[in-house]
Ligand binder design. Structure first.
Ligand code: DGJ
Length: 724
């Protein structure tokens, strides 16, 4: 059970669920200091303040002597003794920025406080500590929120900044948390990338100064992810100390580790301070997005499984959160914009015969969209391509016994669209300057009430008309040249944050009006693959790169935070449209089984043999989906380290497991090798469904399971193991 205790004599707050502890002390009854986060402890008795300051008592502790610079704090601000960058910065009406935030009160609750407007984790089975600090001269107050769950080793942290004074203040930096660690002997893991090569695993040693990641693109982005991890010496996939940090936010963010003069590491994460400010009038408050801190003493794998548990138990919601997902076929790579109803129906019926559940109509069904240079915003059926509109197509697909899904890109507007001709002011723009397009499109100003109302209505109508069972919500460009009529010039830096709040509002409206529809988010592939999105839509398109080997790396690294149930993964045609590679169908299917399974090809062009294979893959996915999507996920071999990739999923009762192994290169004259598995019951025997091979769990974990040698490039093998 998660608990929060306060020992007034020692000034200690202790959050624990019996597996991890997080301990805060109040220095001199005033300043919350970070004492410990790690494996559950009984308590901490050492007096950190005295030890750090070389004193016998801290009775005379005052910040005027600048001791805060040496102390690990929970809510540091620059300019009141601490010379490091802090997590908050407030500009007072006289231009000064000092804040002396000292303890005012605290409360403990088993109701997790809501963060209105922001996505956040649900609080079943949790305890929350709210620590309130106050700057006496101005009345600025900060609530530090800490939630710990019974069933998962993540701590949610966020902050609420309230102006309880009378004079307005301006927030210039409002990060979600700060964690000051004693020592800096860690490696930093971040996820860096680009379009079609999102989330590449990057690892480096911490050095003195600043290091981390972040983005100013207005989206969590393809270039990086709102995540970082610190691994202790000798940390592996299944042993050693590891700390993971992830933000529940889909816009620009900041994630940094600062190693200071005493080799302490300060980890901070939150909304990107670049181009951010927020006016707080008397009585107003600002809520920072939630961040999740995961401590693992079972290495990176333990960290990931804690994140996966958090996602499954407290982040994803709705009818599909824990349910099986339909096997889909999407027409994008099969046709791009060049389709008509007849073509779509031929794809759908062929896929249906092979056992696919859901046909998804991608981009190009609306306005006069024959290429990506027009019609975004005109969500009216293109009757040239669909003579009976979405309704007619959907009815025909449904009559085949398939579900029907639809692509939309609600946040965008094409300059060549009826919407733009009627409302040229609805896009984000900077006065009379040129409107810089990207993929020939501009971004709708989601801070405007009229724009949000239009999007809610137009997209809602399309979903209703299509009687859709599934929606792919795309977003294909980032934001710059910011300007809006909704804010006065001096408050323009509130825009990026308010834009994402607008997106969340519209998404919440539409997803709640269609509770039976499965929503998948997408952003030119994986450009908004974050926990904020996952609160609203339980799966996301992982990358536009559908090449099997590239997907090995992308999905492997994405699994640091996200379970397979979140990762859209499809089998596509060869040569692959992004890399030109030719990989066997078996490898493409094996890798796609590492996510929510589907196809992105024209099945009418497949041979009878390939169609038969597809039928088998679909039966497999259906039979093993509970393990594939919701089992414990274990990374076995990193494609970032060698030309091999392997992962496995094990059912929580250890009755079933699926193992996937891929070789990048074919090797001449190679011998079978052994792959060491994990997570099985050592005392049980398991039979592989295909070969009938029976081996002990202990043997497969300690000695390994035999992997056939690579037969050609990108060859894969899979084992579907059941306890005998
Ligand atoms: C980007 C997506 O990631 C693709 O899958 C496809 O939907 C295109 N947009 C359509 O424009």
């Amino acid at each position: 059970m998660a608990s929060v205790t306060f020992d007034p004599a020692a000034g200690l707050f202790h959050l624990t669920n019996g597996r991890v502890s997080y301990i805060i002390s109040l220095a001199d009854g005033k300043y919350p200091l970070h004492l410990y986060w790690g494996k559950a402890l009984r308590t901490v008795r050492d007096d950190l303040v005295c030890r750090r300051l070389g004193r016998r008592t801290h009775d005379a502790f005052t910040m005027h002597e600048t001791p805060l610079d040496r102390l690990p704090q929970e809510c540091p601000v620059f300019g009141c003794g601490d010379m490091r960058e802090g997590m908050l910065q407030v500009r007072h009406s006289d231009g000064s920025e000092a804040l002396d935030l000292t303890y005012l009160s605290h409360s403990v609750s088993d109701e997790k406080p809501a963060l209105p407007g922001l996505p956040s984790a649900r609080g079943e089975g949790s305890r929350t500590l709210t620590l309130t600090l106050r700057d006496e001269p101005t009345g600025v107050e900060v609530d530090l929120l800490y939630t710990l769950w019974d069933d998962c080793d993540a701590i949610a942290r966020s902050a609420v900044i309230r102006n309880n004074g009378k004079t307005p203040v301006t927030l210039e930096k409002a990060l979600s948390f700060c964690l000051d660690l004693e020592g800096s002997g860690y490696e930093l893991v971040t996820l860096q990338g680009a379009w079609a090569r999102e989330r590449q695993w990057t690892r480096r040693r911490l050095v003195m100064g600043d290091q981390g990641t972040g983005t100013v693109r207005g989206a969590s982005s393809q270039q990086t992810s709102p995540f970082l991890a610190l691994t202790g010496d000798g940390c592996t996939e299944d042993s050693g100390e590891c700390m993971g940090f992830a933000l529940c936010w889909s816009g620009s963010f900041f994630a940094n580790v600062h190693v200071d003069q005493f080799s302490s590491a300060r980890v901070m994460m939150g909304v990107q301070p670049f181009d951010f400010s927020w006016e707080l009038k008397g009585g107003e408050c600002f809520r920072c997005p939630e961040a999740y801190l995961v401590y693992s003493f079972e290495g990176l794998g333990g960290m990931s499984r804690a994140f996966h548990r958090l996602v499954h138990s407290h982040i994803t919601s709705g009818a599909f959160a824990r349910a099986s997902r339909p096997i889909l076929i999407n027409n994008w790579e099969a046709t791009y914009f060049d389709f008509n109803e007849e073509k779509l129906l031929s794809i759908a019926s062929c896929a249906k015969e092979a056992g696919v559940d859901l046909f998804v109509l991608d981009d190009g069904w609306f306005g006069r969209r024959d290429s990506d240079n027009c019609s975004l915003g005109d969500w009216t059926d293109d009757l040239r391509k669909l003579p009976e509109g979405l309704k007619g197509l959907s009815r025909k697909i449904h009559a085949m016994g398939m579900k029907f899904g639809l692509w939309v890109e609600p946040e965008m507007i094409s300059p060549d669209s009826d919407l733009y001709r009627s409302h040229p002011d609805w896009c984000i723009h900077s006065g009379d300057r040129i409107r810089v397009e990207n993929r020939h499109q501009l971004v709708l100003d989601m801070t405007r009430e009229d724009v949000k109302a239009y999007v809610k209505q137009a997209i809602g109508d399309a979903i209703g008309r299509a009687e859709a069972d599934y929606i792919k919500w795309d977003m294909n460009r980032n934001i710059n040249m910011i300007g809006t009529c909704t804010l006065p010039p001096e408050r323009m830096k509130e825009f990026s944050f308010r834009y994402i709040l607008g997106v969340y509002e519209v998404m919440r409206d539409i997803t709640s009006r269609f509770p039976r529809v499965l929503f998948e988010s997408c952003a030119g592939g994986g450009g908004r693959f974050d926990l904020g999105m996952m609160c609203l839509m339980p799966q996301a398109w992982t990358s536009d790169d559908t090449d099997a080997w590239m997907r090995c790396g992308i999905q492997y690294a994405t699994s640091l935070v996200f379970p397979p149930s979140c990762m859209g993964a499809h089998v596509s045609a060869v040569p692959n449209h992004q890399t030109g590679r030719v990989s066997p169908l078996s490898a493409r299917a094996a890798v796609a089984m590492g996510g929510t399974f589907g196809y992105e090809l024209d099945p009418t062009k497949l041979s009878e043999e390939e169609k038969a294979d597809i039928r088998r893959y679909n039966e497999r996915v259906r039979a093993w989906q509970d393990v594939l999507l919701y089992g414990d996920f274990l990374r076995l071999k990193s494609p970032f380290d060698s030309g091999e990739c392997a992962w496995m999923s094990v059912s929580p009762d250890r009755e079933k497991a699926v193992v996937t192994h891929v070789f990048r290169d074919g090797a001449p004259n190679a011998m079978p090798g052994l792959l060491k598995l994990r997570g099985l019951d050592p005392d049980a025997d398991y039979r592989d469904e295909d070969t009938g091979l029976v081996l002990g769990g202990d043997e497969m974990m300690l000695r390994g399971i035999p992997v056939p040698p690579a037969r050609g490039d990108y060859s894969a093998c899979q084992f579907f193991l059941r306890r005998v």
